[in-house]
Design a protein around this ligand. Structure first.
Ligand SMILES: Cc1ncc(COP(=O)(O)O)c(C=O)c1O
Length: 383
């Protein structure tokens, strides 16, 4: 069946007790067992180890990504951590995209490094640089593509092949494009990671995460960490995310069309120094973006002539666009990564990977695109 049919129906069946078309919020800690010998016959024992509402979302995401299993987490960062704890031990090494969400970089450099895990941040747009980073103890590759915030794209199939040769697992953070546009497991990756906070929810209502695995073995390894660390998603969050998923394809298409129109407007504006959107022909990995995904997504960035000071003026002046951390929601958001989402990445590292001070990140929402463009136009007038 097609994606839009599956995003509505996969994982969900009418409630057997009442016929409720929506999976109920199973707000419970525990599940009464019929007898000691018939333990877990209904599949649930205790809500840290599994909850029917959360399970419905896990089944839906498994279907949408074309995987075998999924574990949902309390946040996207808990999902990233779940993968790292499942596949890395003290003394191991991991190769991470050199541009990634600031929280992923912080988890590697400030938390897991304390437990004897080593990291190399390699240029994912250059498979040779990724291959050159491999060591005897490399156990995990994590690719974020397109990357937050520079939008750098990495070749998923090429990195999956490098990981296989190295005997390591390959996880892809697929938050920016979602399985509607990009399916890493079909390109050879072992796992797809999401901050469901973004497009899966889509309404700025929740924080959550998910890891979808291509094999039962990897799925079990991630679920073991989810249960052992207690990094679970709540039934309320799962319920809201289940509703959000039902309109994913519609939102992605419209938000991406809005992003394209905004990128074209900015590219032609005399006060704009540069615009970066995978759908523009001027984008460095435009051909790769076109080849490995069926859409370009709704994230872009630009730099105003005059750099940081001009960018700050614009962000303070602009209407409709809310100055906030997050992305992927129906509300359009404007963000300054250097002081917000990537503030914990050291200045030298930011400079190395192209997170420039004047970078203004946009998450195109679902408002009328004429209004979004008009608001940016008026703010640019004030710069
Ligand atoms: C690409 C990406 N991965 C992971 C995360 C972390 O997700 P969360 O904020 O839900 O923990 C984010 C958050 O912005 C992100 O942009």
């Amino acid at each position: 069946m097609g994606f839009s049919t599956r995003q509505i129906h996969a994982g969900v069946t009418p409630d057997p007790l009442t016929g409720s078309i929506l999976t109920p919020i199973y707000q419970t800690t525990t599940y009464v067992q019929p007898s000691v010998d018939e333990y877990m016959t209904k599949g649930f024992t205790y809500s840290r180890s599994g909850n029917p509402t959360v399970r419905a979302l896990e089944l839906k995401l498994t279907d949408l990504e074309g995987g075998i299993d999924c574990s949902c987490f309390g946040t996207g960062m808990a999902a990233v951590q779940g993968v790292m704890l499942a596949f890395l031990n003290a003394g191991d090494h991991a190769v991470i995209s050199d541009v990634a969400y600031g929280g992923t970089y912080r988890l590697c450099t400030k938390v897991l490094s304390r437990f004897g895990v080593e990291f190399t941040f390699a240029d994912g747009s250059d498979p040779e640089a990724v291959a050159a980073a491999v060591r005897d103890n490399t156990k995990l590759f994590l690719t974020e593509t397109p990357a937050n915030p520079t939008m750098k794209c990495s070749d998923i199939a090429a990195i999956s092949a490098i990981a296989k040769k190295a005997g390591a697992v390959h996880a892809v953070d697929n938050t920016f494009l979602t399985p509607y546009y990009q399916r890493p497991l079909e390109m050879g990756a072992d796992m797809s990671i999401h901050s469901t906070t973004k497009y899966m929810d889509g309404h700025n209502a929740t924080v959550g995460g998910a890891v979808i695995s291509a094999t039962a073995e990897h799925g079990d390894a991630v679920r073991f960490i989810q249960n052992s660390t207690g990094s679970i998603m709540s039934p309320q969050v799962a319920w809201l995310t289940l509703q959000g998923c039902k309109t994913l394809s519609l939102r992605m298409d419209q938000q991406s069309a809005n992003a394209m129109a905004i990128a074209q407007f900015l590219e032609a504006h005399p006060k704009v120094e540069q615009v970066c959107y995978p759908g523009l022909e001027s984008f460095a990995q435009h051909e790769l973006a076109k080849r490995q995904a069926s859409g370009y997504g709704a994230m872009l960035w630009f730099e105003v002539k005059g750099g940081l000071e001009a960018g700050k003026k614009l962000m303070d002046a602009v209407e409709i666009w809310s100055l906030a951390e997050n992305l992927g929601s129906v509300e359009s958001l404007i963000t300054h990564p250097v002081t917000m989402t990537h503030a914990d990445v050291e200045e030298a590292e930011r400079a190395r990977v192209g997170i420039i001070d004047g970078l203004v990140r946009l998450s195109a929402g679902l408002e009328d695109v004429e209004d979004l463009i008009d608001a940016l136009d008026k703010a640019l007038d004030q710069v």
